[in-house]
Design a protein around this ligand. Sequence first.
Ligand code: PML
Length: 257
Amino acid sequence: MDGNFLLYSVRMRAARGGAHEDGGEHISGAERLVPEAEAETAAAALIARALSRGVSPDFVRLTMERIELAELARVPALPLTTIHAGGPAEARLHAERLLREAGVSDPAIILAFESLQNGFGSERAALRGAALVDPLTGERLDPLTARGVRATHFDYAPGARDAVAARLAEQGLTHFRALDALAVATKVLWSGVRAELCWSDEPEYVAGYVAAPICGYTRFPQFKPSGARGGRVFFVDRNQWETVRDRLERAPVWIDA
Ligand code: PML
């Protein structure tokens, strides 16, 4: 990269019924981390995505931020495994085993599934980001708001998005959610999260995954039971949660194929 090379984080989030911070309902969000020459195209593509969800947003926020190249980390995408369980109940048994192997206690696992099923906290909230959860006690560590913590400032490195998409397509995985979620989980583990549990918050999308250093990105095509709220739980060691949150939200990462 020459001395004039500039990198931009371009982020979009769309909501209905007002801005997110005014209680609006989240409809979609996505981001890119691109060289300056691609920033305008990336911004247009993100706005097109906000307008193509079948629900017209009332509010779209586009943020563009220059990133210090010296801070950019490059990380290989997690290896992906698919477990074709017989349905959500069997998938959950596999997922529980993987989480235990990653050092998550049974009470924490039970609380995490309960929150993904019914919503978080006494308000049964669907979080916009993930809940950071103590792997020993199951207690939520980040402030108890509906915001949660979002992994941001990451993208596939130039060329890697197409290369990873091609590898996923060989396995029959052509949905953008799989490609995006693999990038999220890669940034999440790189940030120091012990394990991630995810069910989509898109009602019709029933695939989900467990990510952890020992199992990479392990997806289950039929994981989310019907009626579940969905969301993400990041299991983070209590004494590190603030450092990990800062990395999740600030540290720029390019993901290689
Ligand atoms: C997949 O591997 O198919 C993605 C599963 C989780 C998707 C999370 C989301 O985008 O809502």
